[in-house]
Design a protein around this ligand. Structure first.
Ligand code: PMP
Length: 428
């Protein structure tokens, strides 16, 4: 198997053989597939095997891989040079497009990854409010900046502890970790630190602990608490932006954040992130304001071309209804297949993202329920699906992503494979 040979080779030159840990299949064991090319709903590995892809490059590939409009825009941009380090018209067009599609983003700035976007948004919130602390939620991921690599202490309100060596405890002492979908934990944090909290950052649909939608009232409650205590609300829409709807999760749930972070889809597959929000807050950024933030390749013209082509394409009427319908069919189909074989499975889905949980609970909405799922059943199911050419995220803590390129044939293939996989699980 060429993938196995490449993985062996890679491990001598790249830590773990990968440039981002989850790709190493640590969550499921076995050999990661090395990918040679991708097209539409499919990935093709170096051994020539095709997979229906539910990772979509971890979110960006909303239209499917190798979309002709995005490819064309990139090729045309490349002809004009790869990077200038100077302002361009296409950056203005990008900022105006974000303004129009997500009205809370009165101003925005481009960066190169989701990590940069959240790190910069938090610095800005701290600079603007003159406060040091912020609240994040256990199970939410916002990239790998030091202050965000934090796990909760023994009680939800103890000071954060680094979740990685290399992050000094001093760097995370201002990070408070609360419980997703538990407003009382946030109320308690604000009550303890009424004038110290600069912002609350949250994934409006948590996509880094499988897929956990917000319970009714949770996001509204965060908005109200931020208003009450003078803190900013940052919706981290790196994953949900333009995936759960054309106005992101903020449009879907009707919540207006002070700041939004974006990534993934807005780069069309190129390395891009962005943060933006209220004009008054954004004008605290250099060069107009005192908060420093910068980037050599930020607003790169090739990346902007890819992102804008994507943002134009997704404005087609009916597109998000079609995406949500496909996603619902997949999630419900998985549940029905599991039921047929007596396997307890809970599902979630919002727009173009879904989750499934090997859990007996009728619904899963808290981090502790996610960690209590049957991980060995997940691993077994994962490999049974992979063998049948269905490429799911290799971790029980990641959401699934559907694209517009997933047609009836791909959905049927997926559900048929799931039926056989659940049957096999049942017999083991
Ligand atoms: N925020 C969220 C919600 C994410 O899902 C991710 C990455 N999966 C990030 C931030 C970090 O983005 P990046 O990997 O581009 O740094």
């Amino acid at each position: 198997m060429h993938s196995a040979r490449l993985f062996e080779q890679a491990r001598h030159a790249i830590p773990g053989g990968v440039n981002s840990p989850v790709r190493a299949f640590n969550g499921v064991g076995g050999t990661p597939r090395f990918i040679e090319r991708a097209d539409g709903a499919y990935l093709y590995d170096v051994d020539g095997k095709a997979y229906v892809d539910y990772i979509g490059s971890w979110g960006p590939m909303l239209l499917g891989h190798n979309h002709p409009l995005i490819k064309q825009a990139v090729l045309e941009a490349v002809e004009r040079g790869l990077s200038y380090g100077a302002p361009t018209a296409i950056e203005v067009e990008m900022a105006e497009t974000l303004q129009r599609l997500m009205p809370s983003m009165e101003m925005s700035r481009m960066v190169n990854s989701g990590t940069e976007a959240t790190m910069s948004a938090i610095r800005l919130a701290r600079g603007y409010t003159g406060r040091d602390k912020f609240i994040k939620f256990e199970g939410c991921y916002h990239g790998h900046a030091d202050a965000l690599l934090v796990k909760a202490g023994s009680g939800a309100l103890t000071l954060g502890q680094p979740s990685s060596p290399g992050v000094p405890a001093d760097f995370v002492k201002h990070t408070l970790t609360c419980t997703f979908n538990d407003l009382a934990s946030v109320e308690a944090a604000f009550a303890d630190y009424p004038i110290e909290i600069a912002c609350v950052i949250v994934e409006p649909v948590a996509g880094n602990m499988n897929c956990i939608p917000p319970e009714p009232g949770f996001l509204e409650g965060l908005r109200a608490l931020c208003d009450e205590y003078g803190a900013l609300l940052i919706l981290d829409e790196v994953m949900t932006g333009f995936r759960v709807g054309l106005q992101g999760a903020q449009g879907h749930y009707g919540i207006r954040p002070d700041l939004t972070t974006l990534g993934k889809i807005i780069g069309g597959g190129m390395p891009v992130g962005a943060f933006g929000g209220r004009r008054e807050v954004m004008e605290y950024l250099a060069p107009v304001g005192p908060v420093y933030q910068a980037g050599t390749l930020s607003g790169n013209p090739v990346a902007m071309a890819a992102g804008l082509a994507m943002l134009k394409a997704i404005q087609q009427p009916g597109l998000y209804e079609a995406l949500a319908d496909k996603t619902r069919r997949i999630a419900e189909g998985l549940k029905q297949a599991a039921e047929r074989h007596g396997i307890p499975l809970a599902i979630t889905h919002v727009g173009g993202m879904f989750g499934f949980f090997f859990s007996r609970e009728p619904s899963v909405s808290r981090f502790e329920q996610v960690t209590a799922c049957d991980m060995s059943a997940f691993r077994r199911f994962y490999h049974l699906m992979l063998e049948q050419g269905v490429y799911l995220a290799p971790s029980a803590y990641e959401a699934g992503f559907v694209s517009l390129a997933h047609g009836d044939a791909e959905i049927e293939k997926t559900l048929h494979a799931a039926d056989l996989a659940f049957a096999q699980l049942r017999n083991e």
